[in-house]
Design a protein around this ligand. Structure first.
Ligand SMILES: [Zn+2]
Length: 76
C-alpha cells in the first residue's frame, strides 16, 4: 500500500522571477514589488523561496517523479 511518506521528494532549484529577473526576495523588493504595475500581479510575491530568501522551484525531473508517485498514490 502506498502512503504519503513514499512520495518522491521535490528537489528545489534556484530560479529567477519570470517578470523582473530577481533571484531573491531582497531583489524583488526593488523590482516587481517596487514596480507597482498591477498587470504584473507581483509574481515575485507568490514565488516560493527558501530560508535565505532565494527564489526556488521544483526541478522538472523531481516534479515529474513526484507526479508519477502521486498518481500511484491515488491509484491511477
Ligand atoms: Zn519579479
Amino acid at each position: 500500500m502506498a502512503s504519503k511518506t513514499e512520495l518522491p521528494a521535490l528537489v528545489m532549484a534556484p530560479v529567477d522571477c519570470p517578470v523582473c529577473g530577481a533571484k531573491t526576495v531582497a531583489q524583488a523588493d526593488k523590482r516587481c514589488k517596487a514596480n507597482q504595475d498591477p498587470s504584473l500581479k507581483a509574481n515575485c510575491m507568490v514565488a516560493n523561496h527558501d530560508d535565505d530568501g532565494n527564489f526556488v522551484m521544483p526541478t522538472a525531473e523531481s516534479y515529474a517523479a513526484f507526479e508519477k508517485g502521486f498518481a500511484a498514490f491515488i491509484g491511477q
